[in-house]
Each structure stands twice: as C-alpha cells, then as structure tokens.
Write a protein that binds this ligand. Structure first.
Ligand SMILES: *Cc1c(COP(=O)(O)O)cnc(C)c1O
Length: 393
C-alpha cells in the first residue's frame, strides 16, 4: 500500500506505517532511554548511520519515529524531527540556519516567544534580524540583505490572522538563495501544506491542533530534503530538545482525529465569526472565512479552509474586552489554541506581553485585540456564552 496516494483522513490514521511484530493496533510506547546492539559491528554501523537501528532516545526512538514519519507524510516532506515543544522546533531551526553575522527576515506578528528568543538570546551571539509584515512582499524584498540566511514566517499569523502568500514568498526567498521556513501551527497539514507551496521546512507546535486535547506540549520540524533532515537532526539531538516516547504516543493518538476535530471546530468558527461580525458591540473582526478579511482570495488559494482561529475588538477598547473575558463561563480564559475546548485570551497582556509597545504596534497587536480559538462544543452553547458575556459590556 502506498500511503502517498491516499486521502488526508486515511493518512491521519495510517501514516507512519509502523508494523508491530505482535500485531498491536497502536504503536507501543518504547519507554527506553537506550537500545542494545546485536553485535559490536552492528553498534558501529548504527553510529555510522549505515543501519536503521536505534541507539539512544535523545537521538531517535521507534515511538517518536513513527510520529515523525506520520507528520512528514501529511506535510509531503522528507522526514520529521520531533521536539519537546514548538519552541524547541523553532530554536533548532534558528540554530541550524543562523550564526554570528547572519541575518533573518521574519514576520512582525509571529508567535511571541519565537520573536522574544531571537531578540533576547540569539542577538547575544551576533545574529541580526528584521521584523517586517510578510503579508506585504515589498517589505520582505526591502529587508533582504547580503547576509540574510533565513526567511521565517507564520501564516495565518498570531494573533493578527494576517495571511502571507507562501508561494510568492518562497519565490522571493529562492531568487536570493535563502531558505523559507513556515510555522504551520494555525492550520496544521489538514488545512495547509507549505512544502507543496515552495517552503523548505515547516515547524509545528503540536501542542495545538495536531495533538488537540490540551494535555501535551510538543513540537515538530518537517524538512523537504534529505540533506536538510541529516543536517538539522543532530542540532536537535545535541541541544537535547528531544521528545519523550510517551509524549509521542499521545500526540500520534491525537493526530488520528485531527480531521474530524478541525471540520467541527471550523464549522463552529464560521458561525461564531458570522455572529460576532453582526454584533453591535463588536468594532472589528478578523477571520479568514469572512469576505471582509483583506486576503480572503489568498485564503481560498492556499488554505483548504478558514480554520478555527479569529481575533476581534470590542467597542470600548481593552476595558470592554476585559469585561467580556471576565464574564465568559463556557470558554476558558486561557492561552494556547487548537484544542477541543473554546479558549479566549488577550494577547497584549498575555501571550505577547513581552513585546515592546512599539513592536506590538508595528505587529498590529492592538490593546483591544481579543483572540478566540473555537472548540468542538455545540456552537449554540458557544454563541450563548459570548452573548451573555457581551451583555456585561
Ligand atoms: C504555541 C505556539 C508555538 C510554540 O509552541 P510550544 O509548543 O508552546 O512551545 C509556536 N508557534 C505558534 C504559532 C504557536 O501557537
């Protein structure tokens, strides 16, 4: 059976292709730090990369390996490298591509810590960066320098829900021989496959949609080529931001229901966005599924659906938004996203609070912006909750 020819929902269940010798329907948890060799020669072949055998779990593990292969097959990539968290994946990518004297162009509205770690830590090692709005390709062109070694973006962006044209950005990057890495967390491979659009690597916080049950923190890198896979894998292993086998088992289990979870959350989100869009107390709303989204056509081109994330502003600014957040009963007032439960949060005081006021303004993260991650509850209950919370405003 060639899994590559199958539909995405079939791939979600059967990708990875692990065959358990005892016939287990799920991949066993190989909760072992180390693996014995058949002989001294076999050990030497494993270390030389001439045998597929496992050595040590920080470097690789069968349970983790199955998850890596599964996500890579969904993203149409060469292979995956699982990490302890999404930030583990992002810092591994930075470590692989960047060094003293090199420069990165990135989106000014990326995940807060992905920017924070660059500005506070990588800068100490002489890495330079420019944060621009990658939804505007002219800003990217103007920011590229002779020492630019990486273009890194996220689409839809967090939390502004701006959409970057991956295909056009990849063309610009490759004209300058610069690799493009895309954070695909907000969509997951179910809704968007950046490698097919020209990106060289994809990163994920699998904490979000891929695992989807708010019970695991996990990350993944998927490379397009064998060369990049062989180059970046030791970076992860040497930095020690590897996944744990139990974490891999949980994430592989979550991945199986990704399709039905996103279908349901997205269906709910379309209705919630429509409701908020018409609400007299809502000043503005950004959701890829609304015709009012400035890049509505691009959404249709590069995404298989508008997803379950939206942001909005309540009339009366932050104080009004705060009142609403303090009165939700069903939605959890919590950071993170992409889970089965509806979550509401305030980026300016929570996820993006470490950004300077200028950086927040430049990234379009206004004080009144409230972010919603729609879950799979009954949509009437989600809307009723928002309705009663808005009544307090
Ligand atoms: C949460 C998140 C991350 C970081 O992932 P962790 O698993 O929390 O380390 C990176 N990118 C995006 C878009 C995220 O939402």
């Amino acid at each position: 059976m060639n899994i590559k020819d199958k539909g995405i929902n079939t791939k979600l269940i059967h990708a990875g292709g692990f065959k358990d010798p005892l016939g287990s329907a799920t991949t066993p948890i190989y909760q072992s730090s180390t693996f014995s060799f058949e002989s001294a020669d076999h050990g030497a072949r494993c270390f030389a990369g001439e045998s597929d055998g496992y050595i040590y779990t920080r470097i690789g593990n069968p349970t983790i390996g199955e998850l890596e292969k599964s996500v890579a097959e969904l993203e149409n990539g060469y292979n995956g490298i699982a990490t302890s968290s999404g930030m583990g994946a992002i810092t591994t990518v930075y470590m692989y591509y960047l060094g003293a004297g090199s420069h990165m162009v990135s989106h000014n509205a990326v995940y807060g810590p992905a920017r924070g770690v660059m500005e506070s830590l990588f800068s100490k090692f002489g890495v330079e960066y420019s944060y621009v709005d990658t939804t505007d390709l002219d800003q990217v062109r103007a920011a590229i320098k002779p020492n630019t070694k990486l273009i890194y973006t996220e689409t839809p962006a967090n939390p502004t829900i701006g959409i970057t044209d991956i295909k056009a950005l990849a063309e610009i990057a490759h004209e300058h021989n610069i690799p493009l890495v895309v954070d695909n967390t907000f969509c997951s491979p179910y809704l968007q496959r950046p490698l097919d659009l020209g990106a060289d690597m994809v990163v994920h916080s699998m904490t979000k949609f891929i695992n989807g049950h708010a019970d695991i923190v996990a990350g993944m890198i998927v490379t397009k080529t064998e060369e990049d896979y062989k180059g970046i894998r030791p970076v992860m292993a040497n930095m020690g931001c590897n996944m744990d086998p139990h974490q891999a088992f949980m994430t592989r289990r979550g991945l199986k229901t990704l399709g039905i979870r996103i279908d349901r959350a997205q269906k709910n989100a379309i209705k919630v966005a429509d409701y908020l869009d018409k609400h007299p107390k809502i000043e503005w709303i950004m959701y890829p599924g609304l015709a009012s989204h400035p890049q509505h056509e691009l959404v249709a081109e590069q995404m298989d659906g508008p997803g379950a994330m939206m942001s909005f502003g309540v009339k009366g600014g932050y104080e009004a938004g705060k009142k609403m957040m303090d009165h939700v009963e069903l939605a959890l007032l919590a950071v993170s996203l992409g889970g089965i439960e509806t979550l509401i949060q305030h980026p300016a005081s929570m996820t993006h609070s470490k950004l300077s006021p200028e950086a927040k303004m430049q990234a379009g993260i206004s004080d009144e912006l409230v972010r919603l991650s729609i879950g799979i509850e009954d949509v009437d209950d989600i809307i009723a909750d928002l309705e009663q919370a808005l009544a307090h405003v």
